[in-house]
Design a protein around this ligand. Structure first.
Ligand code: ITT
Length: 194
């Protein structure tokens, strides 16, 4: 079985990547499988830069093919925030109920409710073989927190074709359209072509 290390400690991301990559014959490992916790400073200024920083740093340590995802929510009415700061917005450990309420409040009186989830996936096989693939899903900030599935900002992300939020549909339905699955489809096309 082909092995891929996912440079993330976010268990939700691991689950989503497993669902996407396992059917293609990949065994997915993550930072959660390492004996020691690994913290990588994401000091880039774009999703793509941060994904490459994470994947390259982990590749240096584990010396096997690594993918890293840097992702987030960009809200038009907030000039693209929280963007690359999505995990850090209002503090890493702040409950998403509080973060989501803050975004609802900031967008409430704005005409433009548009928002995008963006995901950059970096693939690092060696110091010279590196690629980044990006996926985007367009939606709107909903008028309330809705749904129990998914994670993070899913309960406020209204996806018009589903007529509801991404937290209010099954994981497999979210995976059909998500920014992560779109970026992952590009990665898979590349891997299958190698
Ligand atoms: P790693 O760096 O260990 O991968 P992280 O959670 O810190 O984990 P990011 O820096 O990429 O990951 O931050 C992404 C944040 O964007 C994430 O914590 C969520 O708040 C949000 N996000 C990303 N994808 C999402 C999705 O599919 N649904 C809801 N929120 C998402």
């Amino acid at each position: 079985m082909k092995q891929l290390m996912i440079a993330t400690s976010n268990a939700h991301k691991v689950n989503e990547f497993e669902a996407l990559l396992k059917p293609l014959g990949y065994e997915v490992k993550s930072l959660l499988d390492l004996a020691e916790p690994l913290e990588i400073e994401e000091n880039g200024s774009t999703f793509e830069e941060n994904a490459l920083i994470k994947a390259s740093a982990v590749h240096k340590i584990v010396k096997m093919p690594v993918i890293a995802d840097d992702s987030g929510l960009c809200v038009n009415a907030m000039d693209g925030a929280p963007g690359i700061y999505s995990a850090r917005f209002m503090g890493y450990d702040t409950d998403y109920d509080i973060k989501n309420r803050e975004i609802l409040a900031q967008v409430q009186n704005s005409e433009d409710k548009g928002a995008q989830f963006v995901c950059a996936i970096a693939y690092v096989e060696s110091e010279t073989l590196q690629h980044v693939f990006t996926g985007v899903v367009e939606g709107k900030i909903h008028d309330q927190i809705l749904g129990e599935h998914g994670f993070g900002y899913d309960p406020i992300f209204y996806y018009p074709p589903f007529h509801t939020t991404l937290a209010n549909v099954s994981e497999s339905l979210k995976n059909e359209v998500s920014h992560r699955s779109r970026a992952c489809a590009k990665l898979i096309a590349y891997l299958e072509d190698q």
